[in-house]
Design a protein around this ligand. Structure first.
Ligand SMILES: [Fe+2]
Length: 592
């Protein structure tokens, strides 16, 4: 059975498309790659809406968008399927739709004359959970837990929640708890508000808060204030507050009130981020910096503690269950995932690699496929589920004079040479086959650098125009993962997708400083097996340096989604973003 999945439309971000055929994932990708804009970024949403004539049809003016929230529909992805791959939308058995039926979807359905009885709407959090469970490979009973800043699905039988928990067994999922928007608050939205408070963009820069948190200290007043706003209620199995005020974290109002309260006590946590810098000129820059670090630290700790309390409560209620899979934006937090993974009663944690809403199209399609009896509980074979550029397409781009790549020389791939250049400290662009599904670069569109130089962090930020605070992440050869990091061989499948942190073994900290957190010595490794495109290069580098580790970051510059085409890769070589470029079986450089 062919199930085509779409997520996107009014009030949604991270739109995507996928195809699941007879239970197998054929493709799955997100709109930001082909469209070259980030649908989770408010500025990019505005550009997209303008391009699609959205304002004219819906609201009349671009300014109105602020009131209407996030938005995106995978127009470009549908166009690529139609034009490049001649995909026949008539030839599908079901259309899985993980969102309310938006006006854009109606246009699509009408254009292809898809009968309404073929459309199945799946719930937001059920889709998050289905994506996680049906790709976990867990044969044993497990918890399936989703949580985020809220997911809405309207229509009969659907509801708006911040998260759900299922117990899954033998391919079936049984709902045991949910977090309704009407009666609970969300620690996920709180994280977004703290992100804004610190001067960044929520829904985009949360990782920076996690990075900053590593530099802060515990502050009892602050920590307890967060608890006052919302904490886990064992009787209700919800996050709520003592006053029963369900929106204390959701709206940001609670946080604002708290900040103002703290301000009266002389702390500079107060006031909206836009005016924060002018506020309290009497406070020194160092103190302000400390306050920001502590704000991040205490929210991160509070959020982790709350989630851990919930997980432990689940364990008390169902002590026979020892595995857990998770999805939803909250689990983009690699430090939280580390805490969950360290729970001693837990045998294995799996984080759905497209944990945020980028994973919803596939989650919904897998839900429908399982309901039809097709999809079993299996692992991903790999995440290279995007589309690819064939050799003749790459040749056309490289040799066609229109692109101005005349100063670039091409040679056949030589991994000894690539490893040597890495060893010399060069920055290598790495482009292979189909691009990755989800937010992380895992071998198909990456930048590789040696992990041995502490200065690399600043240098890479400069080269890529980024302001990363978290350390860059390492890749590590499968057999060496537990030798370099304290993995205890636990949750290695999750670590193939760079979704959780581990502590670094003491003797390795000085050897790989570019990929280890300078304060807490954690790292977020991607465990690389033989079938990963990184494997030949990391093996050669290991031979050369005695280090089975490389630094891997996504192949993009500031503000740009991860690259998609060979043309973008070659442009970055042309502009000296990278020193050497690998595209499939060739190396490209201005000098050899
Ligand atoms: Fe979500």
């Amino acid at each position: 059975m062919r199930i085509f999945g779409i997520y996107g439309g009014y009030l949604n971000h991270d739109p995507g498309v996928c195809l699941v055929e007879d239970g197998k994932i054929i493709f799955s990708w997100n709109e930001e790659r082909p469209r070259r804009l980030k649908p989770s970024d408010i500025d990019d949403q505005q550009k997209m809406m303008s391009a699609n004539g959205f304002y004219e049809r819906m609201y009349g003016s671009p300014e109105d968008v602020q009131q209407h929230g996030d938005w995106g529909f995978p127009y470009k992805s549908l166009e690529i399927l139609r034009e490049k791959y001649k995909f026949d939308f008539h030839n599908i058995d079901y259309l899985a739709l993980t969102s309310p039926v938006p006006i854009e979807m109606k246009d699509f359905v009408d254009e292809y004359k898809i009968p309404y009885e073929k459309i199945i709407i799946t719930n937001h959090h059920t889709s998050h959970c289905s994506g996680a469970y049906y790709t976990s490979g867990f044969k044993d009973p497990c918890f399936v837990f989703s949580y985020d800043a809220g997911g809405m699905t309207d229509g009969a039988g659907h509801e708006n929640t911040y998260g759900k928990t299922f117990i899954a067994k033998n391919g079936n999922m049984r709902l045991v708890n949910k977090f309704p928007m009407a009666t609970s608050t969300t620690i996920g939205c709180g994280y977004g508000y703290i992100t804004n408070w610190l001067g960044w963009k929520s829904n985009k820069d949360e990782g920076k808060v996690t990075g900053l948190a590593g530099h802060g200290e515990y502050n009892e007043t602050l920590y307890n204030c967060f608890k006052e706003l919302s904490s886990y209620d064992r009787k209700k199995m919800l996050f709520t507050n003592k006053q029963g005020f369900s929106n204390s974290l959701t709206s940001g109002g609670g946080i604002r009130m708290m900040m103002e309260l703290l301000h009266t006590e002389g702390l500079n946590y107060t006031h909206h981020y836009q005016t924060r810098e002018e506020f309290r000129p009497d406070i020194s820059e160092d103190t302000k910096k400390k306050h920001k670090n502590d704000l991040a630290y205490n929210y991160q700790l509070y959020m982790e503690d709350q989630v851990i309390e919930y997980c432990n409560h689940l364990h008390e209620l169902y002590p026979e269950i020892k595995k857990m899979c998770v999805a939803g934006g909250l689990f983009g937090n690699v430090k939280l995932n580390q805490r969950i993974n360290e729970l001693d009663w837990l045998d294995e944690l799996y984080i759905y690699p497209a944990m945020n809403d980028s994973g919803l199209a596939l989650g919904g399609a897998l839900r429908v496929s399982a309901d039809m009896g097709d999809r079993k509980v299996e692992r991903f074979e790999n995440l290279f589920l995007g589309y690819e550029y064939k050799e003749d397409e790459v040749d056309e781009i490289f040799f066609n004079g229109d692109y101005n790549f005349e100063n670039i020389i091409r040679k056949d791939i030589d991994y000894d040479y690539v490893a040597q250049r890495l060893h010399d400290g060069k920055i290598i662009g790495y482009f292979n086959g189909r691009f990755e599904f989800g937010p992380r670069a895992l071998g198909a569109r990456s930048i590789l650098v040696r992990p041995t130089d502490a200065k690399t962090h600043g240098e890479l930020n400069k080269r890529l125009g980024r302001t990363e605070i978290m350390p860059f992440a390492p890749i590590v050869v499968d057999s060496q993962a537990n030798k370099v990091f304290h993995t205890n061989n636990k949750s290695h499948y999750a670590a193939e997708f760079m979704t959780l942190c581990y502590n670094t073994r003491k003797e390795w900290i000085p050897r790989i400083p570019a990929v280890v957190h300078e304060v807490d010595s954690t790292a977020r490794p991607q465990i690389v097996k033989e079938d990963n495109p990184f494997y030949p290069v990391v093996m050669k580098y290991w031979e050369l340096s005695d280090i089975p580790v490389l630094l891997n970051t996504s192949f993009n510059i500031h503000g740009e989604p991860i690259i998609e085409s060979p043309e973008q890769a070659l442009n970055h070589l042309n502009n000296d973003v990278v020193d050497l470029l690998v595209i499939d079986n060739h190396m490209y450089s201005k000098e050899f």
